[in-house]
Design a protein around this ligand. Structure first.
Ligand code: DC
Length: 241
């Protein structure tokens, strides 16, 4: 008997997972990457790490646009090195800022409150998009963010766009943060998500928008296993083509 000619794992593709804040993008992207033995890249973590750099170095976020116009921002950006290191306990990749693992700090509320503004600046986006494209150049990557299917990998073979009910998102995020020992309130979390959705969809540079060829996943009533199943079904459809 001949072995099956069709072997999905032989064909490595690029998978873009975009969508609103706290819809379960990273959870799905991570699970997909694990299942397919692909690299997982959390592009939001990169914007968060850059935001942390400005906060820690007392560079006011509100001045970044004018610093960009007068050329000073380039100097700051030259001092920012973003990399990833593997957490051997759970096999996930964690973001490092100038060699220091900052996975926990970038989830704090002061970063969440400033990251949308940082992500509006063109030169910051250009630097991070370049890095993201380098990380995905050999395919076999699942990357989540806001502009992955539209700007970073417009030719990605599989594009997923996630949404979910705002109350469900706020509850999940609040539980996640509380679980990590980060003190906040449900109201604060909900307000932050609403604000980031607004900022992400209204900015001039690469606003959050569903790519015309992206598949919409409403994650409101799915658990992790169910959304993975939907994504895997789409993956298999793509790979069979
Ligand atoms: O995925 P996240 O919530 O950790 O992302 C944090 C912020 O970074 C989000 O509010 C918008 C920005 N972001 C972006 O502009 N483009 C991306 N590809 C990823 C994130």
């Amino acid at each position: 008997m001949y072995a099956s000619v069709f072997n999905p794992s032989n064909k490595r593709i690029t998978i873009a997972v975009d969508g609103y804040s706290s819809c379960g993008k990273s959870t799905l992207a991570k699970a997909l990457a694990k299942k397919l033995n692909y690299i997982f890249v959390d592009s939001g973590a990169m914007y968060r790490a850059v935001t942390l750099y400005f906060i820690e170095n007392n560079i006011p976020i509100s001045t970044l646009q004018s610093e960009s116009d007068n050329g000073k921002l380039k100097g700051y950006l030259d001092n920012i090195k973003i990399s990833f290191e593997k957490n051997q306990t759970n096999n996930s990749y964690e973001v490092c800022l100038n060699g220091r693992n900052v996975e926990k700090e970038i989830r704090l509320m002061n970063v969440s409150e400033n990251v949308s503004l940082v992500s509006t600046i063109k030169s910051i986006r250009q630097k991070l998009v370049q890095l993201q494209q380098d990380l995905g150049k050999n395919k076999g990557v699942v990357m989540d963010g806001r502009d992955i299917g539209t700007v970073v990998f417009p030719n990605a073979e599989l594009k997923l766009f996630m949404t979910a009910d705002i109350n469900e998102r706020a509850n999940r995020r609040f539980n996640e943060l509380t679980h990590k020992g980060i003190k906040t309130t449900l109201e604060e979390v909900k307000e932050n998500i609403n604000q980031r959705d607004y900022d992400d969809t209204h900015r001039i540079e690469s606003p959050l928008v569903q790519a015309t060829d992206a598949i919409l996943i409403d994650n409101t009533f799915y658990n992790e296993e169910q959304s993975l199943q939907v994504a895997m079904d789409k993956f298999l459809e793509v790979i069979k083509k």
